[in-house]
Design a binder for this molecule. Structure first.
Ligand code: HEC
Length: 146
């Protein structure tokens, strides 16, 4: 009898300790609202690949010049401006390379997000966009998006 009482008390203490260790609602909320692992304004945490091929480097420079102002450095997206391109939605089987060419050429009517439309990007050639796409694919692969 006494033994089972002690056991019961231990279970209660263990349960209380476990409960006390759980994050509170506001702690969880704070982590989601201000994810400290994200650079300011970014919408995705992007790991960089160990190296880029020559074409990917070329694409990276064109990306920085023509796309980063909206899609953020390294395709991480930009709060209130444009989505991250390093995102599962833009994996090759859902948005093939042609989707990138068409996006730059014709612009995009908002459909996946609430950022508004993407205007056509002036002054990029098809081969620029294919290099940009190779660069984005390299970033996607480094983040498990294939
Ligand atoms: C003026 C801001 C802006 C610029 C500059 C811009 N984008 Fe976008 N882009 C957007 C927005 C906003 C969306 C999201 C549209 C939606 O809701 O689906 C988007 C969507 C896309 C998509 C998804 C297309 C689809 O079919 O859903 C691709 C691919 C893309 N952009 C590539 C690029 C590339 C490549 C460049 C540079 C050559 C670029 N964007 C430059 C704002 C921009």
């Amino acid at each position: 009898m006494k033994r089972s009482l002690i056991f019961f008390a231990l279970v209660v203490i263990a349960a209380a300790a476990w409960y006390a260790m759980q994050p509170t609602y506001s702690e969880i909320n704070f982590q989601n609202d201000q994810d400290m692992s994200l650079p300011a304004g970014a919408l995705a945490a992007v790991n960089l690949p160990g190296s880029f091929s020559e074409q990917e480097q070329l694409g990276g420079r064109a990306y920085d010049a023509d796309c980063a102002s909206c899609h953020g450095v390294n395709g991480q997206g930009q709060d209130d401006v444009a989505p991250p391109l390093v995102h599962k939605i833009y994996e090759p089987s859902h948005h093939g390379d042609m989707a990138f060419v068409l996006a730059a050429q014709n612009g995009v009517r908002a459909h996946h997000w609430n950022f508004g439309n993407m205007p056509a990007v002036e002054g990029v050639t098809r081969s620029d966009v294919l290099a940009i796409t190779a660069y984005i694919r390299a970033l996607q692969r480094a983040n498990g998006i294939e």
